[in-house]
Design a protein around this ligand. Structure first.
Ligand SMILES: Nc1nc2c(ncn2[C@@H]2O[C@H](COP(=O)(O)OP(=O)(O)OP(=O)(O)O)[C@@H](O)[C@H]2O)c(=O)[nH]1
Ligand SMILES: [Mg+2]
Length: 440
């Protein structure tokens, strides 16, 4: 049952008609209301046969689209021999059913389309499990729809009278699979957490941002990593981490991860939470945007919303205004820099501005980190272990009964160990806070 439905979701090679309804509260400009859906449809491999757009004060309860427009859609589908209607909005199961009935074709809403793209692009074990979980959560309340669909096309052995009993059995199987997936994902997550804890002396910087902004291109530019770059939405679905040789720091790790999108389906955020948190719980975030996109401000807002959902809004962040080689009007960059603190204009493609970005990263890391000479008695093994675990020990020498350690360490972690048994001399960075004061 589940597999059958998943086959239905595949829109590859299919001829599609795009539909979007703009409601008054949408903040988007009027330029190309369906341009993003067009990108999603192409990424899913659909051939676009036509589109239809409507402005409404509120969605129609039965069909989302107004009834005149539904007629028009039906005609367009027939005329162009479309296999599927792709909807830019999120539909409830009843609306899908009504639209399918009236247009005599398959109707796929925005959430289902994004899930489908994720399903075809997921490569690693973890990403596959996460996508399957999101799909099943999406499917569960819609099980009934599939059965009525079968009944309608009526008949044949094996499809007769599935009824409530069959539905119950299916739901139970589905719930069992959902539990199983959650369990497997949580054990993967725990294993990863242990790995991260073991490497707690490394500094983590993560690239986050709207899909197709240029995160992977920037990752390549900064670390030389051979990551996939593509003019497709959701080219990257897994987190990739590489050493970043940034002057003055030896243990900086840079991670590239899955992009965000407006109205990212809730089930997907939930399922991908582990992957997203892995990236967002960093020492520093590089929020990459495509400054040449007319919707850049909306995209920044969408990303900030997801970051809040992931409780990462307080992580220090640099806004990377990427693709400036494609921005013709300089006032756009000026405007963005005026609205956002810590913004740097770059082109990941040409390398312009990347030096400035590295300088700002160095500066922001230095604000959180200090280099210090810590002097203590040579037998203070606990402190030495602590400094090695949480900081980057650059030098360690003995003088009589004492040991002097030169260490680069997060300011608050050093403040935590200040005591009478040791002496701290700062080699760089602003003075430490009084040790009795609260952490940060
Ligand atoms: N002109 C220009 N194109 C760029 C720049 N940065 C990225 N691109 C192009 O933008 C497209 C998307 O780049 P990616 O690096 O794959 O974007 P991403 O943010 O990793 O996208 P997802 O993984 O899909 O979220 C590719 O076609 C890149 O070649 C830039 O600075 N200038
Ligand atoms: Mg990418």
């Amino acid at each position: 049952m589940v597999d059958r439905h998943r086959e239905d979701l595949t829109v590859r090679q299919e001829g599609a008609v795009l539909v979007g309804v703009t409601l008054p509260n949408t903040s988007e400009s009027n330029d190309h209301p369906l341009s993003e859906l067009r990108g999603l449809a192409k990424t899913a491999g659909a051939r676009i046969l036509g589109d239809l757009h409507q402005r409404r004060n509120k969605p129609d309860i039965a069909t989302y689209l107004g009834s005149g427009k539904v007629e028009e859609l039906g005609e367009m589908v027939e005329e162009r021999d479309a296999d599927v209607v792709l909807f830019d909005n999120e539909l409830d199961p009843g609306q899908v059913r009504n639209l399918e009935r009236r247009t005599h074709t398959k109707v796929v809403d925005r959430t289902e389309l994004i899930l489908d793209i994720f399903a075809t692009r997921a490569k690693t074990h973890q990403a596959r499990l996460q996508v399957e979980l999101a799909q099943l959560e999406y499917l569960r309340p819609r099980l009934k729809r599939m059965w009525t669909h079968l009944e309608r096309h009526g008949g044949g052995i094996g499809t007769r009278g599935p009824g409530e009993q069959q539905l119950e059995t299916d739901r139970r199987l589905l719930d069992k699979r959902i539990r199983d997936l959650k369990q497997r994902l949580s054990s993967i997550q725990q294993r990863k957490k242990r790995e991260v804890n073991r490497r707690s002396n490394e500094l983590r910087v993560s690239l986050v941002g709207y899909t197709n902004a240029g995160k992977s291109t920037l990752m390549r530019r900064l670390t030389g990593a051979d990551v996939l770059v593509a003019n497709k939405l959701f080219a990257t679905l897994d987190t990739r981490t590489r050493q970043w040789a940034i002057p003055g720091w030896t243990k900086v790790l840079l991670s590239d991860t899955v992009g965000f999108i407006r109205d990212l389906p809730h089930d997907l955020v939930e399922s991908f939470k582990a992957t997203l948190e892995e990236a967002t719980h960093a020492d520093l975030l590089l929020h990459v945007v495509d400054a040449s996109n007319p919707y850049v401000r909306e995209q920044i807002k969408s990303v900030e919303k997801v970051l809040r959902e992931l409780e990462a809004e307080s992580t220090p962040t640099i806004l990377v205004l990427n693709q400036i080689d494609c921005v013709e009007d300089p006032t756009i960059i000026h405007g963005l820099r005026a609205s956002y603190a810590n913004a740097v204009a770059v082109s990941a493609a040409t390398g312009e501005g990347v030096g400035k970005l590295e300088q700002l990263v160095q500066k922001m890391l230095s604000e959180r980190f200090v280099t210090a000479e810590v002097t203590t008695h040579a037998g203070n093994g606990r402190l030495l272990a602590y400094l090695n675990a949480h900081g980057e020990v650059e030098d360690q020498r003995y003088e009589g009964e004492s040991v002097i350690v030169t260490v680069k360490i997060a300011r608050h972690l050093l403040e935590r160990v200040s005591s009478d048994e040791l002496e701290i001399t700062l080699l760089d960075g602003a003075p430490l806070m009084d040790p009795v004061a609260d952490d940060e």
